[in-house]
Ligand binder design. Structure first.
Ligand code: G1P
Length: 289
């Protein structure tokens, strides 16, 4: 029987050095795109896929993230007293129900694989999603929901993929591909950040995964890979051939909010379509271009 997907792990331990000094005293996942912090986009996407339990893998200096998901009774009361119902509704939409979020500390910056391994007690034996909050995916159907559909069909592992220019393969986990129907592609191998000349394809993993708990076993060896970090990609590669493993060319647009340009593009893309902002955004863009 295929176990339903209910859990998500969100690694939020990164230093956010690319956004210093903004991130000196604030986690990068709290940077807003329009009026929602990055972390909220990831949580909303997961909820839209029916995921109800969350684990934040945090680090020192990241406690704001936990406070963000707590109730804010004084603020809520003030808004209520002032009749600010739509603001109150936005606040409520961001709330997490009691007991459905846990946080674990990644006590050393040993990489994404290590961060996931730190969530092992939360994961237990269950399938789980991973959302890297640096990536926002704008789509009609939640990107992690699209992966969840494939997981529920195959019972195996699925990663969201897209083509990148060949010279950028050294920034991503890259697939060695098998059978490919244009949307779903069988994964024959995985390499973390290969040099363009060595890359088996230009199909890269974005920050969305649905994995079985079996990935914890290779992770537990804490073997370091590229960059001296424990790489999730290397642990996932150990599952190939033992259980289904696919890449899904998801429907939607990914914004790499870990980069300044991606972050700025996300601001435009997410505001231009809003009824309260779109016209103004279009008008001021004309002024600058
Ligand atoms: C991580 C993963 C990489 C993946 C990328 C997606 O890299 O290790 O395989 O392609 O996220 O954003 P990072 O961006 O943390 O260097």
């Amino acid at each position: 029987m295929i176990k339903p997907l209910r859990k998500a792990v969100l690694p939020v331990g990164g230093l956010g050095t690319r956004f210093l000094p903004a991130t000196k005293a604030m986690p990068k996942e709290m940077l807003p795109v329009v009026d929602k912090p990055l972390i909220q986009y990831a949580i909303d996407e997961a909820r839209a896929a029916g995921i109800e339990e969350f684990c934040l893998v945090t680090a020192r200096g990241k406690d704001n993230l936990i406070d963000y998901f707590d109730a804010a009774p004084e603020l809520e009361k003030t808004l209520q007293d002032r009749g600010k119902t739509s603001t109150l509704a936005a606040l409520e939409a961001s709330a997490i129900s009691a007991g459905s979020m846990v946080a674990v500390r990644q006590n050393m910056p040993l990489g994404l694989g290590h961060a996931i391994w730190c969530a092992r007690s939360f994961i237990g034996n269950d399938p789980f999603a991973i959302l890297l909050p640096d990536d926002i995916v704008k789509s009609d159907r939640s990107c992690i929901g699209q992966l969840a559909d494939i997981y529920h069909q195959t019972g195996g592992n699925v990663v969201a993929v897209n083509e990148v220019p060949q010279h950028l393969t050294n920034q991503y986990g890259i697939l060695e591909t098998g059978k490919d129907d244009g949307k779903l592609v069988e994964v024959k191998g995985l390499v973390e950040k290969p040099a363009p000349a060595d890359a088996p394809s230009n199909l890269s993993i974005i920050g969305r995964y649905v994995l079985t708990a079996d990935v914890l076993e290779p992770l537990s060896q804490l073997k370091t890979g590229v960059g001296g970090e424990v790489q999730l990609t290397d642990a996932m590669a150990q599952l190939i051939g033992k259980q289904p493993f696919h890449g899904l060319r998801y429907e939607g647009t990914r914004f790499d909010c870990g980069s300044k340009v991606g972050f700025l593009e996300a601001q435009i893309a997410m505001s231009i379509e809003r009824s309260d902002l779109g016209d103004d955004v279009r008008a001021f863009l004309k002024k600058y271009i």
